[in-house]
Design a protein around this ligand. Structure first.
Ligand SMILES: [Fe+2]
Length: 427
């Protein structure tokens, strides 16, 4: 009798154990593919060639020490999340006023040009939601990119609305850039949390190729710092001068050579004392080496400003002779929070044809901050202070024609102009 009871108890335990195992496996299988990877701030940039590479960077808790990207052509996306190609990320710790975190970054190489890929980031078992990106064609016939002025804000819902509406209206944009002052306090991580949250859906689908502004150099204590949070998060090309890598860089897309400069000579004086001199040498060499038809340069501080006073004159003195020498087509700037464009300028004077000089474009503002002390200067052919709505710019390059359009956040056009290298007139 005793033996029988023991045997029955044994059977009952086995039955319960089988039930539990079965239940847990059903539970496991019914789990959606894990999205709780803890990865956020997923950011696309190009550290390499936009035709064959894609750099993907994201942030996790500091305890997540390993990261990887799973990726496949969209046509083979059934391979995700566990049978696709893998790129192992490099991981670095970022120490911030909001605590430490891990920044993961991987550059996918050997990609097919003009191909849409699906990707997920994670730690090898838990994955983010899948997203896609498109590589550049091997021969670019024409393309569009978006330019955003200063997005620094108290409330980044303004930036969110600008970037989201701009991308919705221009889903064919190949990439976007910000001309500096992305955030109000560059070394306050709370600002970046809000900025990345507003950028979600765009920055993980098309590459961001931004540059720094003076506000990226500020600490919460209002002291100067190098733009550490910026350079940790935007893995742009490392081809700039020593000590200014990822703040100064150049890259090519189609027949355009893009150059991003750092105009924060004052803020960085105690860290990189001769930064303008270093950039002059680098800029001259960089422009000398390009064979691209179009040359487009970005500087946060305007070389021709829109306020009283001489802010930016040091940057103008440093760079304009080189920009003139190599016939740079357009220079986009920030800082003044106005949309303005100069007549074509050369040797600090007006020239009669766009193709003989350089047009300097103050990009406006994509965040909430406005100025009421801006001035329509004598070098401006067009001036608009976007106090009513934020704005953004689209640039389309098609062969010999570069077209620039400025829009209010709501889509109302502010300005449109073109440079035609084949045209004999000025426009
Ligand atoms: Fe600024």
């Amino acid at each position: 009798m005793q033996k029988k009871k023991i045997y029955q108890s044994f059977l009952l335990v086995c039955f319960v154990a089988v039930l539990l195992v079965g239940f847990s496996s059903v539970l496991f299988q019914n789990q959606p593919v894990a999205t709780a990877s803890g990865a956020d701030h997923i950011t696309l940039t190009w550290a390499g060639d936009p035709r064959t590479t894609q750099t993907i960077t994201w942030r996790t808790e500091v305890t997540t020490a390993a990261g990887q990207v799973q990726y496949a052509e969209v046509t083979e996306s059934k391979l995700l999340p566990n049978a696709a190609k893998i790129a192992i990320a490099e991981v670095e710790q970022l120490f911030t006023n909001m605590g430490s975190m891990s920044i993961h970054s991987a550059t996918l190489t050997g990609l097919k040009p003009n191909t849409r890929y699906k990707y997920q980031v994670g730690d090898g078992s838990l994955w983010s939601e899948p997203r896609t990106f498109l590589t550049a064609p091997s021969k670019v016939s024409g393309f569009k990119f978006l330019v955003f002025g200063d997005s620094q804000s108290i409330n980044y819902n303004t930036w969110r609305a600008t970037v989201q509406q701009a991308y919705q209206a221009n889903p064919d944009a190949a990439f976007f850039t910000n001309v500096g002052d992305l955030v109000d306090v560059g070394q306050d991580y709370a600002q970046w949390n809000a900025w990345f949250d507003g950028s979600k859906g765009v920055i993980d689908t098309i590459s961001a190729m931004p540059l720094t502004g003076n506000h990226e150099n500020y600490t919460p204590e209002r002291k100067f710092s190098m733009p550490i949070f910026f350079t940790a998060q935007f893995k742009v090309p490392m081809n700039g001068p020593e000590n200014l890598k990822r703040q100064v860089y150049s890259f090519d897309y189609g027949d355009v050579h893009f150059i991003m400069l750092d105009s924060q000579a004052g803020e960085e004086a105690s860290f990189v004392p001769s930064m303008l001199e270093m950039q002059k040498t680098w800029l001259e060499k960089d422009l000398e080496n390009t064979t691209k038809k179009w040359k487009v340069v970005f500087s946060h501080r305007p070389l021709y400003n829109n306020k009283s006073g001489g802010e930016g004159e040091n940057v103008r003195r440093a760079f304009v002779p080189i920009l003139d020498k190599y016939q740079v087509d357009v220079v986009f700037t920030g800082h003044d929070h106005v949309y303005a464009r100069t007549y074509p300028l050369k040797n600090d004077g007006l020239v009669d044809k766009l193709t003989k000089g350089t047009v300097y474009v103050a990009t406006g503002r994509s965040g909430s901050k406005t100025y009421n002390d801006t001035i329509h200067k004598e070098w401006n052919e067009f001036f608009y202070n976007p106090v009513d709505e934020p704005n953004y710019i689209t640039v389309e390059v098609q062969g010999d024609v570069l077209g620039v359009k400025a829009y209010k956040q709501s889509g109302v056009q502010i300005d449109a102009w073109t440079i035609d290298k084949k045209a004999t007139g000025s426009k």
